[in-house]
Design a protein around this ligand. Structure first.
Ligand code: ADP
Ligand code: AMP
Length: 214
């Protein structure tokens, strides 16, 4: 099953991903996580992505699409994937759809997490991320049991992402409205989109997302 988990930055995609992947038995493919891993490892891809990420802009379509189609070709992705943070432009959506067609695969379901901007700003500026394993927390809504220490992997690496500082958060939201929001009607027309009110609690949103997959 190929699932697109869609929504603006801060909507809760990463928070819900593990439960969806477990339910659908597919790997989690989050383009932002892949870029952050490359940044940490100092690879050429990470160096290329850094400036765009720091400015809250999108990495060029050709770079992201090559990365994703390469990932979709790997053995563990043959039964499907959960795409998180991709596609983010209509060009990316069209290239994904073409690649899936050519490979006898398709997008099975699109779930859109809907959250207004004022809530997104609060979520992103309070988000804390484990640099070791990528797990996310929130200082008020979902803090780790011990401050700064990850409940998932146990490392004391839970910090604020550079691009979660307020000025970059605002830039990322305007990038979303300028470049990414248009992907939604594109997907709606071709695949259909299940809308989820993601302003509710983490558990309630999780239940609604799993119901959408059933
Ligand atoms: P995304 O992956 O869509 O950018 P995250 O899953 O990282 O978003 O969530 C952004 C922030 O909001 C995190 O700090 C997370 O703990 C918090 N969060 C996620 N879902 C909810 C929710 N339903 N209610 C309150 N806070 C949430
Ligand atoms: P995220 O973790 O999904 O919020 O992504 C963090 C950053 O990585 C974004 O602000 C972009 O700079 C970059 N990025 C992630 N996914 C994409 C994508 N599909 N297209 C372009 N840039 C991306």
């Amino acid at each position: 099953m190929n699932i697109i988990l869609f929504g603006p930055p801060g909507a809760g995609k990463g928070t819900q991903a593990a439960a969806i992947c477990q339910r659908a038995s597919v790997p989690h493919v989050a383009t932002g996580d892949i870029f952050r891993r490359n940044l940490r490892e100092g690879t050429p891809l990470g160096q290329l992505a850094r400036g765009y990420m720091d400015r809250g802009e999108l990495v060029p379509d050709s770079v992201v699409c090559d990365l994703v189609t390469d990932r979709l070709g790997q053995p563990d992705a043959q039964g499907g994937v959960l795409l998180d943070g991709f596609p983010r432009t209509v060009v990316q959506a069209a290239l994904l759809s073409k690649w899936l067609d050519e490979n006898g695969r398709k997008i099975d379901v699109v779930v859109n997490l809907r959250v207004p901007d004022d809530v997104l700003v609060k979520r992103l500026s309070g988000r804390r991320t484990c640099l070791a394993c990528g797990a996310t927390y929130h200082v008020d809504y979902n803090p780790p049991s011990t401050p700064g220490v990850c409940d998932v992997c146990g490392k004391a690496d839970v910090v604020q992402r550079d691009d979660d500082r307020e000025e970059t958060v605002l830039a990322r939201l305007s990038t979303y409205h300028r470049d990414t929001a248009a992907v939604l009607p594109w997907l709606q027309e071709r695949v259909g989109v299940v809308d989820v009110d993601a302003t509710r609690s983490i558990d309630d949103v999780g239940a609604a997302v799993l119901a959408a997959l059933a």
